[in-house]
Write a protein that binds this ligand. Structure first.
Ligand code: NAI
Length: 402
């Protein structure tokens, strides 16, 4: 946690201010986040701001038990998470956090919000607002909003430029390859890496795989993103065609069944299957198990070999769960610094504007974003220019030459 803290200067500055101003004094925050050293530093900032924090996991495999213990022992948070907990325990822990009647929710995948809207609508009135860390969670919140059912405002921290650019592009990009390499120790140079989904995360994965010497194929369903991938220098083709070519497959779509029986039937012997999308539904796991003629064999930690009828072996990483968290350590602290600065400032914003915000999915206010970027640049020792009054007037005027 201390190591992460040294790479999280923006959050550290916010923690110092929070300790002095106590903007969250007495506020109950329920958080469902990956229980990692970086999250611990967010929790420290919230506690410094006066919040009473209860934390559970947002994925059963990403919990760092030592971090969970230290948060309880040294920082006064309540933590309900154990590495590798089964599904029942995972949801029991979420329910425990919900039962604490949080006034602010913090989600990474919308689990708290969906449990509250599904089973504890009695709590809605007491909730000031929530924050959401990831793309899939924002999609789920927007679905609730579209049904007119969202019971409180939710700040889509994920959609902030500071999050998408650093977290999804650089964080997921680097740590996904890190997870694949730690699990397999393969040489990427000379391999063909198939990236399914060319969104923020997919772009980050693709550019790093290319930089490591791999040939990269991109599969997309959005024509604009597919075109962008082609102009960025990758081959683009349907997933069924890529299935025959790839050595390593990385799903980062946020969608389901992106790879299934039809793809497995075409893959080469030794193909490696990884998922970095939020849920473990991107690779159709039941179809993979059905395609195998014997139970999966663990050939290395986090690598399960599935042998097909004709003898080909497909290697599934991290049980099809987020490979960067299950087989590596998730996003580097320097990346989470920005996303979690966004979380901390969004919580402060929700409390400050309690009762005045519509129950909608809200964008991170632009001023908060610029503040985060300013603090980060300052921590990097980087100064930038500012507009002169004449330039400002010029850029906001419709009159030519003024
Ligand atoms: P995005 O919305 O920017 O990109 C997703 C892309 O996948 C889109 O371009 C979409 O057209 C494409 N797509 C959807 N269905 C497809 C299909 N069947 N075949 C091929 N392409 C398809 O989303 P972003 O930000 O890149 O996130 C992707 C996923 O990664 C989400 O589930 C998100 O929650 C997750 N995520 C995971 C992180 C991690 O640490 N592992 C961190 C951040 C996000």
């Amino acid at each position: 946690m201390d190591w992460a803290d040294t790479h999280m200067p923006v959050l550290a500055q916010i923690r110092e201010r929070f300790a002095a101003e106590r903007p969250l004094a007495g506020i109950r925050i329920g958080a469902s986040l990956h229980v990692t050293a970086e999250t611990a530093n967010l929790v420290r900032a919230l506690v410094a701001g006066g919040a009473d924090v209860a934390l559970c996991a947002s994925n059963p495999l990403s919990t760092q038990d030592d971090v969970a213990a230290a948060l309880v022992d040294r920082h006064g948070a309540r933590v309900y998470a154990v590495q590798g907990e089964d599904t029942d325990t995972y949801y029991r822990h979420i329910t425990t956090v919900v039962d604490g009647a949080p006034q602010v929710t913090m989600d990474d995948g919308a689990d708290l919000v969906s449990v509250i809207h599904g089973a504890r609508t009695d709590l809605l009135d007491g909730i000031v607002g929530g924050t959401e860390e990831t793309t899939t969670g924002v999609l789920r919140m927007r679905a609730l909003e579209a049904e007119g059912a969202l019971g409180f405002p939710v700040v889509a921290v994920n959609d902030a430029q500071t999050t998408r650019l650093f977290d999804n592009l650089h964080g997921t990009g680097q740590s996904t390859l890190d997870g694949i390499l730690r699990a397999t120790n393969i040489l990427l140079a000379g391999r063909t890496v198939v990236v399914l989904g060319y969104g923020w995360c997919g772009r980050g994965v693709a550019v790093r795989a290319k930089g490591a010497g791999a040939s990269v194929i991109v599969c997309e369903v959005d024509p604009v993103r597919a075109l962008q991938a082609r102009l960025d220098g990758y081959e683009v083709m349907p997933a069924l065609d890529a299935a025959e070519r790839g050595d390593v497959f990385v799903c980062v779509t946020g969608d389901r069944d992106v790879l299934g029986a039809a793809h497995f039937a075409r893959m080469r012997d030794g193909a490696i299957l990884a998922n970095a999308g939020h849920f473990d539904v991107e690779i159709n796991l039941p179809e993979l198990r059905d395609a195998a003629v014997q139970p999966p064999r663990e050939v290395r930690p986090q690598v399960h070999e599935h042998t097909l009828e004709d003898g080909r072996r497909l290697h599934l990483l991290a049980h099809g769960r987020v490979v960067n968290l299950a087989a590596a350590e998730g996003h580097p602290a320097a990346v989470m610094d920005l996303a979690f600065a966004g979380q901390a400032l969004a919580a402060e914003f929700l409390v400050r504007h309690a009762g005045t915000l519509e129950p909608r999915v809200l964008a991170v206010p632009g001023e908060l974003e610029r503040e985060i970027a300013r603090l980060k640049l300052a921590s990097l020792g980087i100064e930038i220019d500012t507009l002169s009054p004449a330039q400002e007037a010029y850029l906001t005027s419709w009159e030519q030459g003024t």
